[in-house]
Structures are given as structure tokens and as C-alpha cells.
Design a protein around this ligand. Structure first.
Ligand SMILES: [Zn+2]
Length: 148
């Protein structure tokens, strides 16, 4: 199980090696993504709360990165956090996402990015449900649900 201490360790020292790397120019990302996806994923934007695709969706499946198709989260780890965004208790696996300290907007947060293509996904907080206590607060724009 992945815990807050692991998140801090990864953000502070180093994130795990990704299984592969996808790197594109900003022009290529702009071509591939919708304007809203580009704003969220490549410019670290935040979509509107509640009015997004997966906030209240609990269909079974896995969630892949819109940028590179890597598996990021499992619907089994999705829960209702009343935050307005899809929330998960665990990543798909330890190497799926990477963690970076984010001091923007006057807040101390930990940003969550796709470990393969560095797309911005959201943030992780330590006010999630037991036993792990994690809340991955993720933009719907960055993920795509697939049937398993
Ligand atoms: Zn990705």
C-alpha cells in the first residue's frame, strides 16, 4: 500500500523509473489535445469542480492518461470525496505517477503527474480514507476510463 510517507519520499528524493517515456513538443501536444486538455495537462490548469466527466461516475474499469495511454488509476480505488473532482485512494502502481512539491497559489501541495509523459493530473492530499489515508484529486480532463 502506498502511503503519505512514500509520496513525500518520492517528491523529496526521486520518483521511480517509468516503464517507458513519451516526450512531445508543445506544438505536438497542442495538436493532439483539446484546448481544455492542453490547459489542464500541459499548463497545470484545473478544470471546474463537479461539472466534469468522472466526478460522480463509478463505472468499473481503469483510467488511462489522455496524453500517452498509460494506466494511472483503477476504478476499485475510486471513492466519493465530495471535492468536485474524481478521487482515488491509490495509483495504478507505484511507477504510474510521479510527485513534485508545488508551492503555487500560496499553498503547499504535492502535484501528481503522469510518470511517462509528465502531463499534469492533479494533486495528492493526506486526508483520504483509511488505511492508506491518501486522496488523489485528479482532473477528469487528464484521464480516460476504459473497460477492463
Ligand atoms: Zn501520460
Amino acid at each position: 500500500m502506498f502511503r503519505w510517507i512514500d509520496v513525500i519520499k518520492y517528491a523529496k528524493y526521486s520518483n521511480p523509473e517509468p516503464i517507458r517515456r513519451v516526450e512531445k513538443t508543445e506544438a505536438e501536444w497542442q495538436e493532439q489535445l483539446t484546448p481544455e486538455q492542453f490547459r489542464v495537462m500541459r499548463q497545470k490548469g484545473t478544470e471546474k469542480p463537479y461539472r466534469n466527466a468522472y466526478c460522480r461516475s463509478y463505472e468499473p474499469g481503469v483510467y488511462a492518461c489522455v496524453g500517452c495511454g498509460s494506466l494511472l488509476f483503477d476504478s476499485k480505488a475510486k471513492y466519493h470525496a465530495i471535492s468536485g473532482w474524481p478521487s482515488f485512494t491509490q495509483p495504478f502502481n507505484k511507477a504510474a505517477v510521479k510527485y513534485v512539491f508545488d508551492d503555487s497559489h500560496g499553498m503547499k501541495r504535492v502535484e501528481v503527474m503522469c510518470n511517462v509523459c509528465d502531463s499534469h493530473l492533479g494533486h495528492v492530499f493526506h486526508d483520504g480514507p483509511e488505511p492508506a489515508g491518501l486522496r488523489y484529486c485528479i482532473n477528469s480532463e487528464s484521464i480516460l476510463r476504459q473497460d477492463t
